[in-house]
Design a protein around this ligand. Structure first.
Ligand code: AMP
Length: 466
């Protein structure tokens, strides 16, 4: 399906053409006609599937098609300024957005705002701003005083502004919950309910989530009216364009040496290395810098300004390796990321899916490599059960684990892989007996030692407030 056939407003269509999109993605094919018709949507689709355009293009189409409101004689800012110049105390005029997008993290919110700017570039009268935790209040007040049509926000900070009368949702027409399952996991359920209670019943609601089961399904049913259900490819977790591998390691020193070796692969354009802790992210980034890699850390303890600078360096290609924790890395959309490394496995299989989704964006190829202690074989199994995919075990000569990997005899031998062509990796395209050769072996049955890892999302301690 191409975009012309959807009847999008010409200014939206022009932006889509500028972005180089020719065909709607699977989620867009189903979501766009229904959303343009004003229907509520419940969508389960994988990260990187083009879901932002699936909700933003219909919204921009609606705003561009509406007759322009008569311009006020003075902006809220000008009114306040002239009142101040007369020595009068002023009351902040609340922003009255037409659209609200709620996201679990700041990074995803910024990503959505950037995409909105791209898709709305030709519609002068539509402004989008992000309201995020960590951003200075005066800056946010300034953004709100422009009365933007579109707000993209994390729930915690948004509530602060609502409670102090800076935002009024009585004119809201469209509400989007992006990565709704994640927001609930992070403990935002009460905040979301409160925000929704301040919006008109007449709104259009679109909810995007990895899963529509359980708690998120209950909420979805409560907040939508006759929604269209869209489930892309049955499973939201397959990432078929991303090759996955596991390397077993004996100890930390083995893991560090192997990471260093793997990062020297010339087929890497940019890579993200995931760690379990903020401290490890800092330590590994420092170590990689000393070893000559252009690396930097990204985690929740960094100020928003520093996080933005790091992400910009990544987008501009100045950084080759980003070492990140889960919360910080969510929503990163940088097409040049060819490799994802799990230095530590994530706590939850869902997070594994989100992590590896940082590569293979928009139909490209990607490679995801997990460095796993022998005791963590069971965690790999849990991920495999969740994604319904076997992750081959890879061994590189010179880096073999001393302890026999929790794997059986070699089950498959692949010619290797290179981003872009999905096939050749020069270092592994030799016979298995030669130095540097990789051998793929099938993981064996799970082991009993499952310390530290839980598949139950309810046990997550992370509330990661905006
Ligand atoms: P999203 O899932 O919204 O984060 O989008 C993932 C990536 O897909 C982004 O880099 C988008 O620019 C890109 N994208 C979205 N829609 C299309 C499309 N129809 N054709 C090509 N790329 C797209």
């Amino acid at each position: 399906m191409n975009f012309e056939s959807l009847g999008l407003h010409p200014l939206v269509l022009k932006a889509v053409t500028d972005a180089g999109y020719t065909e709607a993605t699977a989620v867009q094919q189903q979501a766009l006609p229904a959303a343009i018709a004003g229907r509520d949507l419940l969508v389960s689709s994988q990260t990187g599937s083009g879901k932002t355009a699936a909700f933003m293009l219909p919204a921009l189409h609606k705003f561009a098609s509406a007759p322009a409101a008569p311009a006020p004689a003075k902006t809220a800012n000008q009114v306040a300024q002239s009142a101040r110049s007369r020595g009068e105390r002023t009351r902040f005029t609340p922003a009255m957005p037409k659209m609200l997008v709620l996201t679990p993290t700041r990074e995803l919110a910024l990503q959505v705002t950037t995409a909105t700017d791209k898709y709305g570039i030709h519609i002068r009268r539509v402004k989008a701003v992000s309201i995020l935790g960590g951003m200075p209040y005066p800056k946010q007040m300034q953004l709100l005083s422009r009365n933007p049509e579109i707000l993209v926000a994390t729930p915690g900070r948004l509530i602060d502004h609502m409670e102090s009368g800076k935002i009024d949702f009585s004119q809201l027409e469209i509400l989007v919950l992006d990565e709704a399952d994640r927001m609930l996991d992070m403990g935002f359920v009460d905040d979301i309910e409160l925000i929704i209670s301040k919006t008109p019943e007449s709104r259009q609601t679109m909810l995007f989530s990895a899963t529509l089961d359980g708690m998120v399904g209950n909420m979805a049913r409560r907040i939508t009216k006759d929604p269209m259900m869209i489930q892309i490819a049955g499973s939201s977790t397959r990432h078929e364009n991303i090759q996955q591998r596991v390397h077993f390691v004996d100890d930390l020193s083995h893991k560090n040496r192997l990471l260093d070796h793997l990062l020297r692969d010339s087929s890497i354009d940019q890579a993200v290395v995931f760690t379990a802790t903020k401290r490890d992210a800092d330590t590994i980034a420092d170590r990689l810098n000393i070893a000559g890699f252009a690396a930097a850390a990204l985690h929740g303890d960094m100020h928003q300004g520093a996080r933005n600078r790091t992400l910009n360096s990544l987008r501009q290609g100045q950084l080759r390796v980003l070492v990140a924790t889960d919360v910080a890395a969510r929503g990163i959309d940088v097409p040049a990321i060819t490799h994802v490394f799990n230095y530590d496995l994530p706590k939850f299989p869902e997070d594994y899916v989100h992590r590896i989704g940082r590569t293979g964006r928009a139909g490209r190829q990607g490679l995801a490599i997990s460095l796993v202690n022998h005791a963590e074989g069971v965690h790999v199994k849990r991920i495999e059960r969740f994604t319904k995919q076997i992750i081959p075990v890879d061994i590189i000569e010179g880096f073999e684990p001393k302890k026999k990997a929790s794997a059986s005899a070699p089950s498959s031998r692949r010619a290797g892989w290179r981003p872009g062509d999905g096939r050749t990796d020069t270092r592994s395209a030799k016979p298995a007996t030669k130095p540097g050769q990789r051998t793929f072996v099938k993981p064996s049955a799970p082991r009993k030692d499952s310390a530290g890892f839980r598949g139950d999302r309810n046990q997550r301690g992370d509330t990661g407030r905006g």
